[in-house]
Design a protein around this ligand. Structure first.
Ligand SMILES: Nc1nc2c(ncn2[C@@H]2O[C@H](COP(=O)(O)OP(=O)(O)OP(=O)(O)O)[C@@H](O)[C@H]2O)c(=O)[nH]1
Ligand SMILES: [Zn+2]
Length: 354
């Protein structure tokens, strides 16, 4: 097996020398850790890269394929280029700036992890499904802690989840008894990349350990008895499973917010949009209009009021985001024209002076 195949490379690209390719496994501020499938390297961005990168999305993220210059003796590398991405998770950077930030790249499947035994938040799950579709990856719903529930309880949770995760695989499992892990493995194929998404405490780190068959990710239990400062060492964010599948578990995925998602809404809310399309009037507000299929679906129980409200709320948020982005684009356009016209003035003044 070629060493790049070990980190998910399954294509041939003629214009790159294979030896110079690596995959980003950890990002910490301006320092990167990359792997060529055999060795890990500490990497930084080359001057050439810095000169070309203008957009925050140009910078490498966990899962990115990068073209590097390797210094094998020192286990160091210089990143020259980020290869085009098959998928990308984007979130807004912290603070008030309307700036996108890339969380992870080249993910094929996202495991949306929830615990079966408490705090099942369907609205949050809808958001995760939406974010996953937005990124270009496929969602799979994972329900942990099956060992703590009776079969009836498991069935009940699944029936709730089925109502919102339309057509998606739903996998109940236990990290304790390992029941259901084999079903999860069907979505962890060699050379493909999966990532974990879900709230704190649902069992993501435990799942990583289960899948790797060893303790690599600290779990809650351990962390609480932990002395301070132990986590200053680099925390790996991408793992290779024994079968060759790759698994991304990055803290960035836990703070996702919505960013551009109109087409994703269609996928995540197919059921609601189908009712909407059937309304008698094109501009139906789903309020008191005659022939409103949305209201009818809610009344006869085909659609839950909560899901419809959640759909409206997410739509409003997306509209708000879009306005903010448009505003920002307008401002940028303005300042660009200011610069252009200043240049024109300058050259005009220059001609006059001659
Ligand atoms: N009974 C049972 N407990 C589990 C299972 N999976 C995880 N746990 C426990 O749940 C707690 C939280 O698990 P973690 O793996 O730390 O959760 P996490 O999602 O990684 O949490 P963060 O790191 O805060 O995001 C730990 O005490 C685990 O031992 C399971 O399938 N069954
Ligand atoms: Zn209607």
């Amino acid at each position: 097996m070629n060493n790049l195949e070990q980190i998910g490379w399954n294509q041939t690209i003629q214009d790159i020398e294979k030896e110079t390719l690596a995959r980003v496994i950890t990002v910490q501020k301006n320092s990167y850790q990359v792997t060529d499938g055999t060795l890990d390297y500490m990497a930084h961005l080359s001057g050439k890269f810095m000169n070309q990168a203008i957009n925050p999305l140009d910078f490498p993220a966990v899962g990115d394929w990068v073209e590097v210059l390797k210094l094998p003796d020192e286990r160091k590398a210089v990143i020259n280029r980020v290869l085009p991405r098959a998928s990308q998770f984007v979130r807004q950077a912290a603070g008030t700036k309307t700036e996108p930030q890339i969380v992870a790249a080249n993910i094929d499947t996202v495991f949306i992890v929830n615990s079966l035994n408490h705090d099942l938040n369907l609205r949050r799950m809808e958001r995760y499904i939406l974010s996953t579709y937005e990124s270009g990856a496929s969602p799979v719903i994972v329900l942990t802690k099956k060992d703590e529930c009776s079969p009836d309880e498991v069935e009940e949770v699944i029936s709730h989840v089925e109502g919102i995760a339309v057509g998606l695989p739903i996998i109940p499992l236990s990290n304790v008894t390992k029941e259901g892990i084999d079903l999860l493995m069907e979505h962890l194929l060699p050379m493909r990349t999966a990532a974990l998404l879900g709230s704190s405490g649902v069992g993501k780190s435990t799942l990583v350990n289960t899948l790797l068959g060893k303790e690599v990710q600290d779990t809650k239990d351990i962390r609480s008895t932990d002395s301070k400062g132990r986590h200053t060492t680099t925390h790996r964010e991408m793992f290779r499973l024994p079968n060759g599948a790759l698994l991304i578990d990055t803290p960035g995925m836990r703070e996702l917010q919505l960013w551009e998602g109109e087409s994703a809404m269609e996928s995540a809310f197919q059921d609601v949009e189908a009712f909407e399309e059937a309304c008698k009037f094109n501009d139906c507000q789903h309020d008191t209009e005659p022939g409103c299929q949305v209201r009818e679906a809610i009344e006869n129980g085909e659609l839950s009021e909560e899901r419809f409200q959640s759909y409206l709320k997410l739509q409003r948020e997306l509209a708000y985001e879009k306005r903010r982005q448009d505003q920002k684009a307008q401002l940028e356009e303005k300042s660009k024209w200011k610069k252009v016209s200043k240049n024109q003035r300058d050259s005009y003044n220059f001609r006059k002076m001659r």
